[in-house]
Every structure is written in C-alpha cells, then in structure tokens.
Design a protein around this ligand. Structure first.
Ligand SMILES: [Zn+2]
Length: 325
C-alpha cells in the first residue's frame, strides 16, 4: 500500500513537471531586458526612446506619394511577417558584440537596404494602456502600416476585424489619387482579406486598377512578384504591397526564436527573395527615370509559439527604407 502511495506521488510530481515544461515552452516568460538588449545592437539609426510606430511608417509612404517628383514614382512595400528584432542578428554584424558575424550577410535585402539606406527600430501593438492598444497580430499590424492609423481609427484591432471603408490603405490611395497600378499580395489570406477587401470592392466599383492576388506560399508569391517588376510585363505594377508570410507559419510550429533553425531559415529565405526582387527593380531599363521607394517592414514579433500580446518580444519590430524617415 505504501509502495503504491510513493509511486502515485512520484507520478503526480513527474506529470506536474512535464505540464509546467510544456506550458513554459509554449508561453515562455518575457525577458525583462529584451528591449535593452535589442536597443544595444549597433545597426539601428534610432533607439528605444525614439522608436517609430507602425502608423508613422504608413504616413511616411503616403508622404512619399504626395511629394511631387519629375520622375515616375514607384513603391515596393515588402512585408515580413512575425520577425523579431533580434532575428536581424542572423544578417547584420553587431559592432557591440551581440553576434560574431565577420560582416553583413550577402544577398540579403536587409543588408542591402541598411547599407544603402536606413534601418530603424519600430513598434507594433499601439500605445500600451491607451485606446490605441491593439493585438500584436497580423491583420492589425499590416492595417496600421497600410493606413497610417492604429486600429481604434481604422477598425482593425484584432484578426478578423473589418477595416473602416473611409480609412483607405496606401494600396488604394496610390491607385485612386496617383493613378498607379497597385497590388496587394500575400499567402494565407484569411487574416487579412476581411481587412482589405473593402478597398478592393471600392476599386472595382470605381474602375480603379487595384489588384489583390492571393498565393499559397512565399515562393509562389516571389515568382509572381518578379513579373510585377518587369518592364512591359502584363503583370507589371507601380505600387506593390507584398507580405512574405511563411516565417509566421513556421514560427507558430517551431517557435519564434533564433534558437529555432526552422524559424531562422525561413526568414533567411524570405530576406533572400526580397534581395532578388530588389535586384530585379535595380535592373529595370527604365530605373533611372523612376523614383522608387523601397520599404521593408514587419507586422509583429513573437514569443514562444505565439504572438498577440504586449511583451517587448511581440511589440518590438523594425523597418528599413532606401529613403530617410
Ligand atoms: Zn503576422
């Protein structure tokens, strides 16, 4: 009887440890000093006290569109889904010693734009504890970046929300006000189609050349995008808003962490695809007569196998651009 009792206690103890372990694996505690660590990397042009909000990035794109130019304006807004700020340690050499890279990674969009342009720390999730606070999720992130407003204004505070029709995305604005052939493209449409379809409907009703193209994965999107930046291709577009989404899907399975090879590899592949796309833009025979804005942006970070909350791991993002913010 006593033996059985001991056995039972041991079983419960092992079970409790196991459950706790699984719980911590899925929901690891946020580390107090994550933002301080990230802030210490040498490659940002700003710091944690001057971080740029996602709506400000959206407004930056709108300002570019509205500034007169003698050249033909073009935009490539390339999104990377669920990339933590510390994932850049796989690409960029930190002069302060957080990684041991000898130099910035070759064939990388982030290396290329950082070294020929600008790289900034940014944040998702709204202003903590105010009306603008929103989920660090996919639809709210991209909608803030596309409209220049937080979800309390644009209507998208969590996945599944519908965007307010009167707050237009830059994809629609480029088309309606600046006569640019625009495109929104992404895989795994479910999070975002509710948010952006109202603009597509409006474009249809008003005969505007705004296209939404859904794909199955990043490589399929890449194949399509290479056509969109080719001069005189029937798929050619002037304003591209494209989201490399695979890293988010992989992060939910294997963890949003530099310790996950799957997560890092998928981001590296997307970064390399974006590099290839930017090279295709540079190679356009008409490139010198055009004024290109190239932006690389992120919708949210991640923690464990999830995101949506207000930890620094989820809130802290970044963006790169060939033009100064
Ligand atoms: Zn996302």
């Amino acid at each position: 009887m006593k033996k059985l009792y001991v056995w039972l206690i041991s079983f419960i103890a092992v079970f409790a440890v196991l459950i706790t372990g699984i719980f911590i694996y899925i929901f690891p505690p946020a580390t107090q000093n994550y933002l301080n660590k990230v802030n210490g990397y040498s490659f940002w042009l700003n710091d944690k006290d001057t971080m740029i909000s996602q709506p400000q990035i959206g407004q930056f794109v709108q300002k570019f569109l509205s500034t007169p130019s003698t050249k033909q304006k073009k935009v490539a807004f390339l999104g990377f889904d669920a990339i933590r700020a510390d994932a850049l340690l796989n690409i960029l050499k930190d002069e302060n010693g957080a990684n041991d890279l000898a130099q910035d990674k070759a064939n990388s969009a982030f290396s290329l734009i950082k070294n020929n342009g600008y790289l900034y720390l940014a944040y998702a999730g709204g202003e903590k504890g105010t009306d603008t606070q929103q989920k660090t999720s996919t639809a709210p992130g991209w909608t803030a970046l596309a409209t220049g407003t937080w979800g309390n204004v644009n209507g998208v505070q969590q996945n599944g929300d519908y965007k307010n029709a009167d707050i237009k995305t830059t994809i629609l604005i480029a088309c309606e006000q600046y006569n640019m052939r625009s495109l929104f493209t992404v895989a795994y449409r479910s999070h975002i189609d509710k948010a952006f379809n109202v603009d597509l409907e409006y474009a249809k009703e008003n005969n505007l050349d705004m296209k939404i193209h859904y794909v199955d994965n990043d490589s399929q999107m890449q194949e399509y995008l290479l056509n969109c930046v080719e001069v005189n291709n029937e798929l050619e577009r002037d304003f591209i808003f494209a989201i490399y989404k695979d890293t988010d899907v992989i992060g939910h399975k294997f963890g949003f962490s530099n310790d996950s090879n799957e997560y890092v590899d998928t981001f590296m592949t997307a970064d390399n695809m974006a590099y290839e796309l930017i090279q295709a833009i540079y190679a356009r025979p008409t490139y010198n007569d055009e004024d290109w804005l190239i932006v690389l942006a992120v919708d949210h970070g991640g923690l464990g196998l999830a995101h949506g909350g207000q930890t620094d791991e989820e809130r802290t993002v970044f963006f790169a651009s060939n033009k100064s913010f």
